[in-house]
Write a protein that binds this ligand. Sequence first.
Ligand SMILES: C[S@@+](CC[C@H](N)C(=O)[O-])C[C@H]1O[C@@H](n2cnc3c(N)ncnc32)[C@H](O)[C@@H]1O
Length: 378
Amino acid sequence: MMAKTYFGLEGVLAKELQVLGARNVKAANRAVFFEGDLGFVYKANLWTRTALRILVPIAHFKIRNEEELYRKLKEVAWEDYFEVTKTFVIDANVFARQYKNSLFIAQRSKDAVVDRFREKSGRRPSVHTQNPDIRINVHIANEKVTVSLDSSGESLHKRGYRTEADRAPISEVLAAGILKLSGWDALRDFVDPMCGSGTFLVEAALMAHNIPANIFRKDFAFKNWKGFDQELFGLLFDKALEKEKNFHFNIYGFDRSAMVLRKTQKNLRNALMLEQVQTEQADFMEFTRPEYFRDHGLVVFNPPYGEKMEADIPELYRGIGDTLKREFAGFEVWLFTSSAEGLKNVGLKPSKKIQLYNGKLESWLVKYEVYEGSKKHT
Ligand SMILES: C[S@@+](CC[C@H](N)C(=O)[O-])C[C@H]1O[C@@H](n2cnc3c(N)ncnc32)[C@H](O)[C@@H]1O
């Protein structure tokens, strides 16, 4: 099988899959290959925090042209995989010079599926590009074709808890990946001082309580497959609920905007984490360390990065650096941003810098260890 992810998260996803029980796990480019049974497909969809979708291959073959693709796709017993009453869509990824247009490939693939059903039963399934029941992935690399069923459907970053989004919310999968890269272990306090819609807070809390990332999500494409094993899925779901752990530290979220904090709280409530996470209005520029803060906490945040937001980036990042030095001695800080200019102005020496992408924007996850003496060195 193959799990897709973002650039830079392949390693953490491979680890996640291994821990869940996948066999033969191999990280690739924006993807991880692995082996597992049908139950594992359900489990991977429920539990993995850094996968975008899980693909299950059903056919491999070679082709020389589009007509051969059509013929070979028509030989796949589609009626064994889904009922004619289901809607479907084809996603085509084409890495071959002779096929100019992946849209055309998707079109021909769709014809093959539809014609197969029509010839077998006299009826044809409909295509739905928005919200189809079944997603089929046709991957062409030169002459090699892999046909897969997408077991997830909508991207797994759509967890189901984030009904409120402010400007520039971070993808849930990216947020979870950043937390994994930061080494969030739930053995200390966690702080997001610019929490926006609260994605880091929810993901950190779900991890701390060992609650599956997609426990709140209703739809998975595998539920529409012909062989969907409701009983097995129910069993895995109930087992997942039993794995919840106690968390003995605190998670704090701050934002300067009261309006944004109301959104944070709504999302936290959706994820049943409102009582587990403390939120408060505070401007980071004037932040003073609250008495209830314990030492050695983990700070993870993504400040405005200048893309859609009006902010004086150098001034903002200078202020961030000043507050970190003044109020966060003894903390480990991870800052995620697409602003190279911003980073130059923090005035702290990074001890690690990891390249990632935020959508199409090149971004960096930067680690600062703030010591008592940090102030003197700048
Ligand atoms: C890029 S967004 C964070 C997105 C967030 N991680 C999420 O999941 O939605 C940046 C946030 O920083 C907040 N912010 C900007 N300047 C701030 C300041 N001086 N103090 C505290 N929060 C600030 C904004 O209100 C906004 O919510």
